[in-house]
Design a protein around this ligand. Structure first.
Ligand code: HEC
Ligand code: HEC
Ligand code: HEC
Ligand code: HEC
Ligand code: HEC
Length: 178
């Protein structure tokens, strides 16, 4: 979206007095992006954060190892899983599927849970390096047998945190919009 367009919409938002307020319930259901709290798509393999993070205490960054270095967090490659599953759980049905996919060099097609519209830019490194916890935004991942979207990812949600004085986070439109 062009900046001029953004400014026009901003003016409209200010005039209608709805800037910085969360949208009403009706608007939420019409959104294709954001506002999808609770969204938990079926995954090709039942990977459990509760088991791996909660029970076995594996650190987030062991798998999502780009999150401190890059804008995007990564979903781990199967080779990361194989560090353990060459030996661990080899008798289990789902681990057999995992090992077969690895042997055939076929990646597992994980379904993306979190989505922002194309006109928004997010940056993991900026948040993680400032000590914002994964759980602040993603919720109690260590208790999720299946990942769901915890926050609504609305502009109001981002801005509400950015405007807290102690965060000293930028509020100008181009921080988050191209
Ligand atoms: C053993 C590897 C592993 C560990 C450890 C791990 N994850 Fe994941 N994570 C995955 C895999 C694989 C997926 C994709 C499948 C899924 O969504 O369940 C995923 C998906 C996610 C997603 C959803 C991504 C999307 O599609 O939007 C989030 C958010 C996430 N992880 C956060 C975390 C956090 C926070 C921690 C630590 C508390 C963590 N993960 C620890 C492997 C891991
Ligand atoms: C640091 C070690 C470690 C890593 C890395 C790891 N796992 Fe596991 N995983 C385990 C352990 C331990 C279990 C429990 C095995 C058991 O119950 O015998 C397990 C269990 C599982 C199960 C459950 C099988 C069942 O039906 O009960 C699945 C599925 C699984 N892992 C998938 C993955 C995937 C996908 C990855 C990579 C994204 C991964 N694991 C990475 C240690 C690991
Ligand atoms: C300030 C909020 C915030 C924090 C803190 C945060 N995330 Fe995210 N995360 C997001 C948003 C927003 C998205 C969606 C990004 C997009 O669609 O471009 C996302 C997406 C993801 C994804 C999916 C990436 C993909 O490309 O599918 C993973 C995995 C993830 N986060 C893991 C983590 C981990 C692990 C941590 C902590 C080390 C973390 N996040 C910290 C807000 C956050
Ligand atoms: C829980 C609080 C919190 C939430 C929620 C949050 N942010 Fe941030 N954001 C911060 C903090 C703190 C910084 C770091 C400011 C700094 O170090 O300059 C930051 C920095 C950023 C930066 C980097 C700015 C720069 O120039 O370095 C971008 C881009 C950004 N946020 C986008 C977003 C978007 C988009 C969302 C919503 C999808 C979001 N943030 C949600 C707290 C938050
Ligand atoms: C901290 C991040 C952040 C900042 C700063 C920010 N936005 Fe946004 N904006 C978002 C996110 C995330 C979305 C997508 C979710 C949504 O529509 O609420 C969005 C969506 C929008 C939309 C589309 C709304 C729709 O209904 O599709 C417009 C227009 C917009 N922003 C204008 C602005 C203007 C103008 C500014 C400067 C005053 C601004 N934004 C500052 C994060 C931000």
């Amino acid at each position: 979206m062009r900046l001029t367009n953004l400014l026009i919409v901003l003016t409209a938002l200010v005039l209608s007095g709805c800037l910085w307020q969360s949208p009403d319930a009706e608007q939420r259901t019409q959104k294709s992006f954001g506002y999808n709290n609770g969204y938990a798509p079926e995954q090709p393999l039942p990977f459990s954060h509760e088991l791996h993070v909660g029970t076995h205490q594996i650190q987030c960054q062991y798998c999502h190892n780009q999150v401190e270095r890059s804008k995007n967090s990564n979903i781990p490659a199967l080779s990361t899983c194989m560090n353990c599953h060459q030996q661990v759980g080899t008798q289990l049905e789902n681990i057999k599927k995992l090992r077969d996919a690895y042997a055939d060099n076929k990646p597992i097609e994980w379904v993306k849970v979190h989505m922002l519209p194309d006109h928004v830019q997010f940056n993991h490194q900026a948040h993680v390096s400032r000590g914002v916890n994964c759980q602040t935004c993603h919720g109690p991942i260590e208790k999720m047998a299946k990942v769901y979207q915890f926050s609504d990812l609305s502009m109001g949600w981002c801005v509400n945190c950015h405007r807290q004085p102690e965060n000293k986070a930028p509020l100008n439109c181009t921080t988050c919009h191209h």
